[in-house]
Design a protein around this ligand. Sequence first.
Ligand SMILES: Cc1ncc(COP(=O)(O)O)c(C=O)c1O
Length: 310
Amino acid sequence: MSQEYAYLRGDFLPLEQATINVRTHAFLYGTAVFEGIKAYWLPETAEMAIFRVAEHYQRLCQSSHILRLVPPLSIDEMVDLTLQLVQKNQCRQDTYIRPIVYKADLRIGPILQVPDTRDDFCLFTLPMAGYLDTAKGIHVGVSPWRRLDDNAIPARAKVNGAYVNTALAKTDGALCGFDDVVVLTNEGHVAEGSAMNLFLVRKGQLITSPISDNILEGITRQTIMELADRELGIQTICRAIDRTELYIADEAFFVGTASEVAPIVKFDHRSVGTGTVGAITQQIQGLYNKAVHGLLPQYEAWVTRVKMGG
Ligand SMILES: Cc1ncc(COP(=O)(O)O)c(C=O)c1O
């Protein structure tokens, strides 16, 4: 296998050397924000297609702003480094890209800004095929763990430390035999999946939780709403969702960069609709799959192509 690189402290380093000091603030307190970006291998043209890369960096900057982090690079510079790393790592398969802006100070004390505070940017890639089963449908449980509140650790910022909440919910869900979980807000509304947004289909309409119900403002969620509206004429209603609506939905699916469109066929041991992957879910899955592979010319602007050398 050829040498893999990561970007750290302003340089491309061999992956084994891309390590951080044990006293790094982000390691001590989780004071970092990140993104998950997916790039797809297109064998016919020998290109990697990176999906909505600029939007991911815009969200990284928003997350940074909430956490009083100052990315040391502009969005264009971070996009450019991402393309360079994909090329340098000779990624010739579906790949997950993880940029992080983090508090790089070597100091004790959970305060976000002190004079001469130092924030840094790092980046690595990882081969990633399927994150969830997107073919036959998954069984999802409602987690007893609640989603973090906007006034505790805001879910709309992708904060590294906040993923302890995700890890608790997902791990306990897995131990109970579920493929993944739905987390509720403190008020008891459906927020989202462990690391994905949720859509229900009821009476031919799409329903998803509003951004004020402690969800990450997902880029895939936005993509699906646009595709469903423009290509299928199906509008999405963003409104609070009760737990028991999960049980009587006609169809349901998770969406996210890593999970893509993952059909849900059971919630808490109750089948969703017919208990098989629904027709609207299949249509949306097909459209999304085409969009990320650059097969929908009208959405070509979503795809950044990187030509890979022979
Ligand atoms: C908590 C959470 N919700 C939703 C999503 C889906 O967001 P996106 O579609 O931007 O990947 C993710 C994944 O990044 C996530 O971690």
